[in-house]
Design a protein around this ligand. Structure first.
Ligand SMILES: *Cc1c(COP(=O)(O)O)cnc(C)c1O
Length: 367
């Protein structure tokens, strides 16, 4: 075991040594070398969704939520009306942002083990022509459920409304193709499936939609239109960029491309997820979601059915064996989560299973 545990969490996650080492240099934010890094990161992110020529990548300082708030505030006009299908905590966060920003809000509420149904979205849009946008979470990281993006995007486009996608925990691992999935904005961040450090979010916006967004935003710092226009004009960030994070993210994206891009990253996480599910089943642990709606990103497990189980001591014991688990986020049942993302070292998911098996054995033996 190393002294630094592996993170089985959906961001921050364990990044490669090469990515860490790329943070050892200081960059001037005005310098052409740094700004060419920003330019490369933007164009490579755009390429991941095949958006070159039609879409724009606008980076923003801050964690993923800053990007979500900026996208809603910029892409939805003040008189806009947002439909949020809700099946987890990140959907609820979007709804909360809409309320705080004073954007009219309608929700469709689901249980946390039910995927959003395109037919429900279609019905809601047909019933209320004042709805201007749908805000969808692609992979709901609070459980790991996958929402059917393609079907929903088709329905939203057919009704002539805008789609804003929180693809925070899917971008780079699960396909989103701007040529076949119509959207106004896709939001993600540096510290998720692209395996950079946390600290930078970005929004891929359809250019024709973004061009109409001047003065929409309630906020100066979160105004993506302003950030975009300034960056186009100067190649620079409007305010101090997280230089070390951008440089490390650039390195992480280079490694992503070397690994084989989306297909390889998605396959690695899917393999991790399968190994995890099979191994945990052998250990007697049950996953919260059926396989058909489980995204290969993060898995929610029911807590072991044992009188001596407590998350805190389970967490501490697994951590002592080199792995950081993630608490559950369900209110009604006791669960914990295991991420499938990040650099899991030579043993990969097998090491995680060994650690969990040893701790469960200890717990059951009563020590
Ligand atoms: C990580 C994540 C976010 C952003 O959370 P931050 O804590 O701000 O990074 C938003 N939506 C989803 C689905 C996420 O997984």
């Amino acid at each position: 075991m190393t002294s630094e545990p592996y993170l089985l969490t959906p961001g921050p996650l364990t990044i490669s040594m090469r990515t860490k080492q790329s943070m050892l240099r200081d960059w001037g934010s005005w310098d052409v070398d740094f700004n060419s890094i920003t330019g490369r990161v933007r164009s490579r992110l755009l390429d991941i969704v095949h958006g070159a020529g039609t879409h724009e990548c606008v980076p923003l300082q801050g964690s993923g939520t800053f990007g979500v708030e900026a996208a809603l505030g910029t892409l939805v006009p003040r008189g806009g009306h947002v439909l949020v299908p809700q099946n987890g905590a990140y959907c609820q966060r979007i709804a909360r942002i809409c309320r705080i920003l004073g954007r009219q809000l309608t929700t469709i509420d689901y249980a946390e083990d039910q995927p959003v149904a395109a037919a429900d979205v279609d019905r809601a849009l047909a019933a209320d022509p004042s709805i201007t946008h749908v805000a969808l979470v692609h992979c709901e990281t609070s459980t790991g459920i996958l929402n059917p993006l393609q079907e929903i995007a088709r329905v939203v486009a057919a009704r002539g409304r805008g789609l804003i996608i929180d693809a925070m925990s899917s971008f780079g691992a699960l396909e989103i193709d701007a040529r076949s999935v119509p959207f106004d904005g896709v939001i993600a961040a540096s510290g998720k499936c692209l395996e950079g450090p946390p600290g930078m979010s970005f929004v891929i916006a359809r250019r024709a939609a973004l061009e109409r967004c001047e003065n929409n935003c309630h906020s100066l710092a979160l105004d993506l239109y302003d950030q975009w226009v300034y960056m186009q004009k100067t190649t620079q960030w409007r305010y101090t960029p997280p230089t070390h994070v951008v440089a490390a993210f650039d390195s992480a994206i280079a490694q992503y491309l070397e690994e084989g891009g989306l297909a390889a990253r998605g396959a690695r996480y899917a393999h991790n997820c399968r190994t995890l599910l099979e191994g945990m089943t052998r250990l007697g642990l049950r996953s919260f979601l059926p396989a058909a709606i489980q995204a290969p990103i993060i898995v929610t497990f029911y807590a072991p059915d044992h009188p001596r189980y407590a998350f805190k001591s389970f967490y501490d014991a697994v951590k002592a064996r080199g792995y950081i688990l993630y608490p559950g986020k369900l209110t009604t049942v006791e669960t914990f989560r295991v991420g499938c993302m990040g650099q899991l070292g030579e043993k990969g998911m097998g090491g995680v299973l060994e650690a969990v098996a040893a701790v469960l054995a200890q717990m059951r033996a009563g020590s």
